[in-house]
Design a protein around this ligand. Structure first.
Ligand SMILES: Nc1ncnc2c1ncn2[C@@H]1O[C@H](COP(=O)(O)OP(=O)(O)OP(=O)(O)O)[C@@H](O)[C@H]1O
Ligand SMILES: [Mg+2]
Length: 451
C-alpha cells in the first residue's frame, strides 16, 4: 500500500529535500524548490524480467534517421529537417503565443499527406478547437480530437488507434491516476512525461507535447522535463506584436542553432522566409539613436535595427534598460565608452531596444549598440546605408566576429552601402564588391565617424 508524502522537489534537477531551502543542495540553483507530493511505492524484488547483456559498440546495426517533413519550412528547419519516428518533442512558450495554432497547422499538413493524428486537448473544448480549425482552414477527418485529461485513458486510446502522430495540449492539464498529486505539479509532469516517452519509444509514434512557460521563463514544472524529451522548441516574441520566433534549444536529431520566423495573422501563423524585411524599415540615416547590424541565426543572416534613447536622468541612479540584448553587456559597453572613448553618460538614462522584439545575444551586436547610444547622445543620425558589426573588448578594441562575409552579403542584398567592421575582419575579407568596408581598430575610431 503506498502512502503520499509531502516533500520539496527541485524543479531544475529533480532532487528531493524533506524541507524547503533557498538553494538546491544538488544543483546549487536558487529558488528552485517547490512543494510536491510523492508516493512511497514498494520496490519490486525483481526489477526487470528482461535480461540484457552488454554488446560491443561496433556490433550494433546502424540505421538512417527517417524524417517526415510537414511542409511548413520554418518548422521543418527548426526540427532539423522534419519529424523523426518515435521522438518526443516539447513545444513551450508564453500564453497566447501560438502553440496550439502551429500544432493544428502542422497536424493538418500531415493529415493531408495521409497520416492519422490524435490531437488531445486538455484545455480547450472540441467546439473551441473546431472554431479555430475553421478559422485556420485546417479541418481534416484524419485528425481525431480527443478531450481527455487522464493519462491512462490517453495511453489506452493511443494503443487502440495507433495514430502516426500524437499532440498533447498541454502537459500541465493531464494527470496520471497512479499519483496522488494535482495536475501540473512536478511529480505529475515527471510521471506523465515518463509515460509519454514510453509511448513514443515503444510504439514508434511521434509525440508532440505543449508546455506552458512560468514567469521565470521555464517550461512550468520542471527544467528536468527538458532533459527527458528528445527535442525542445520555444516560441519567442512579443504577443502584442505579429511576429514569432521558434527556436530549438535542444535537439537529439539535429542542430539547435536554427530558428523559424512566423507572422501571426487571422488565418494562422505564416512563414517569413525573409526575416530581414520584417525587422528592418529603410536604410537609416533619418533619425538619431538608430544603428543597423546583421545577426546570424543558424544558417541564416538577417538585418536588425538597434535603437537607443539617451536622456538626462531625473533619478539619483540613472536608468539602464536593455530590451532584446544582454542588460549586463549594456553596462559594460557604457563603461568602455566612458573610459576608452570619453563619452560620459553617468547623468543620462540609457535605453537600448532591438526593434521588432527579437533577441540578439551575440557579441557582434556590441558595435551597433555603441553607435546607437552615441548617435542618440549626440542627436546625430548615422549616415544612410551603414551597418555596424563588431564585438567591443574591455580596452575598447574592436574584436573580429564570425561569418562576416555572410553578414556583409546580406547587408548588400538589402541595399546597404557601407559596413563598419573590426580591422581584423577587414584584413581577412577580400572580393566583396558593391559595399564600402571600413575596418576599425578601436571603438574611438568608430565614434569618430559620427563627428
Ligand atoms: N482572429 C484572430 N486574428 C488574428 N490573430 C488571432 C486571432 N485569434 C487568435 N489570434 C492569435 O492567436 C493567439 C492564440 O494562439 P494559440 O491559442 O495558438 O496560443 P497558445 O500558445 O496555444 O495559447 P495558450 O497558452 O493559451 O494555449 C492569440 O494570442 C492571437 O495572437
Ligand atoms: Mg493553446
Amino acid at each position: 500500500m503506498s502512502r503520499p508524502k509531502r516533500v520539496f522537489r527541485c524543479s531544475s534537477c529533480g532532487s528531493i529535500s524533506p524541507q524547503w531551502m533557498g538553494k538546491c543542495s544538488q544543483c546549487a540553483q536558487w529558488n528552485t524548490l517547490v512543494e510536491d507530493v510523492i508516493e512511497e511505492r514498494k520496490v519490486p524484488a525483481v526489477k526487470s524480467a528482461r535480461h540484457v547483456e552488454p554488446v560491443t559498440f561496433g556490433s550494433i546495426a546502424s540505421a538512417d534517421i527517417a524524417r517526415r517533413k510537414c511542409g511548413i519550412d520554418e518548422l521543418d528547419r527548426v526540427l532539423g529537417g522534419g519529424i523523426v519516428d518515435g521522438s518526443l518533442v516539447l513545444i513551450g512558450g508564453d500564453p497566447g503565443i501560438g502553440k496550439s495554432t502551429i500544432m493544428l497547422q502542422m497536424a493538418y499538413n500531415f493529415a493531408v499527406s495521409g497520416m492519422r493524428i490524435l490531437y488531445i486537448s486538455g484545455e480547450e473544448s472540441a467546439v473551441q478547437l473546431r472554431m479555430r480549425g475553421d478559422r485556420l482552414g485546417v479541418v481534416s477527418d484524419n485528425i481525431l480530437i480527443y478531450s481527455e485529461v487522464l493519462l491512462e485513458n490517453i495511453r489506452e486510446q493511443i494503443q487502440v488507434l495507433m495514430p502516426d502522430l500524437v499532440i498533447l495540449d498541454s502537459i500541465q492539464s493531464v494527470y496520471s491516476g497512479e499519483i496522488d498529486a494535482p495536475p501540473g505539479s512536478v511529480s505529475q509532469i515527471r510521471e506523465c512525461a515518463g509515460i509519454l516517452m514510453e509511448i513514443a519509444k515503444g510504439l514508434g509514434v511521434v509525440v508532440f507535447v505543449v508546455g506552458h512557460v512560468t514567469k521565470d521563463g521555464w517550461i512550468a514544472g520542471p527544467k528536468m522535463l527538458e532533459h527527458m524529451v528528445d527535442t525542445v522548441l520555444y516560441f519567442e516574441g512579443d504577443t502584442s506584436g505579429a511576429f514569432r520566433i521558434l527556436r530549438a534549444v535542444k535537439n537529439r536529431f539535429g542542430t539547435t542553432g536554427e530558428i523559424g520566423v512566423f507572422e501571426m495573422k487571422s488565418t494562422g501563423l505564416n512563414e517569413v522566409s525573409d526575416p530581414s524585411a520584417l525587422f528592418l524599415h529603410g536604410l537609416g540615416g533619418d533619425v538619431s539613436g538608430s544603428a543597423v547590424m546583421v545577426t546570424i541565426e543558424g544558417s541564416r543572416a538577417f538585418v536588425v535595427e538597434v535603437q537607443s534613447l539617451v536622456s538626462r536622468t531625473s533619478y539619483s541612479m540613472p536608468k539602464r534598460i536593455s530590451i532584446g540584448s544582454d542588460p549586463s553587456r549594456l553596462s559594460v559597453l557604457l563603461a568602455v565608452m566612458e573610459k576608452r572613448a570619453g563619452t560620459f553618460l553617468a547623468q543620462s538614462d540609457v535605453v537600448v531596444n532591438i526593434a521588432g522584439g527579437i533577441k540578439v545575444n551575440e557579441p557582434a551586436v556590441d558595435l551597433a549598440v555603441v553607435m546607437a547610444i552615441a548617435s542618440s547622445a549626440m542627436d546625430k543620425p548615422l549616415p544612410k546605408g551603414v551597418v555596424s558589426i563588431g564585438e567591443v573588448g574591455l580596452n575598447g578594441e574592436l574584436r573580429p566576429v564570425g561569418r562576416m562575409e555572410s553578414r556583409i552579403r546580406e547587408a548588400l542584398r538589402l541595399g546597404f552601402t557601407t559596413a563598419m567592421i573590426p580591422q581584423a575582419n577587414y584584413d581577412s575579407l577580400r572580393g566583396i564588391k558593391g559595399v564600402k568596408l571600413v575596418g576599425l581598430p578601436h571603438v574611438r575610431s568608430a565614434l569618430d565617424m559620427l563627428k
